[in-house]
Design a protein. Structure first.
Length: 164
């Protein structure tokens, strides 16, 4: 009777359906000396669980307060200070300068850069126009493919009619 009960509890244990009380019964049975021979292979398992349950961690875990947070707070303060300085320093120089305020060499460099950027912009606009032409050609090609597929369907249905 006890053996049948233990075997049923083992089946429930293997299916993870036992309660804590039933697991305690299994541990008590397998820690005893009168274990059935066909259940001997379960004995080390339940003995290990009993031993592991009695183990305790005895070392002290030192809990140190984090000192990094103060460091990160100062970094955030410094970042805000740099941002504020980067906004206000350019305005201290007396406002905006006109082109006449720069030297002749700086004005020449400015005009050359402006000319180069205008040429670059013009070339990009021409490239965009070419891409628009390719897009129109692609749309026309897709329309032609669609019409060709209708011809293929018509040809297949005609062949079916003529063969029958």
């Amino acid at each position: 009777m006890v053996l049948n009960n233990i075997e049923k509890l083992l089946e429930k244990y293997n299916e993870a359906e036992t309660s804590v009380k039933e697991e305690a019964q299994l541990r008590a049975y397998f820690n005893g000396d009168d274990v059935a021979p066909h259940l001997e292979h379960y004995k080390p398992l339940f003995q290990y669980f009993s031993l592991a349950q009695e183990e305790q961690y005895t070392k002290d875990v030192p809990l140190k307060p984090k000192k990094r947070t103060v460091f990160y707070q100062w970094i955030s303060v410094a970042a805000v200070a740099v941002l504020m300085l980067s906004i206000f320093i350019p305005n201290w120089s007396g406002g905006q300068k006109s082109l006449a305020d720069y030297s002749q060499e700086e004005q020449q460099m400015y005009l050359e850069a402006k000319e180069a950027l205008a040429m670059l912009s013009n070339n990009f606009n021409q490239g965009t126009t070419s891409l628009n032409t390719l897009n129109v050609a692609s749309e026309n090609f897709n329309v032609g493919l669609e019409k060709a597929s209708h011809l293929t369907e018509f040809n297949q249905s005609t062949n079916k009619l003529l063969k029958n």
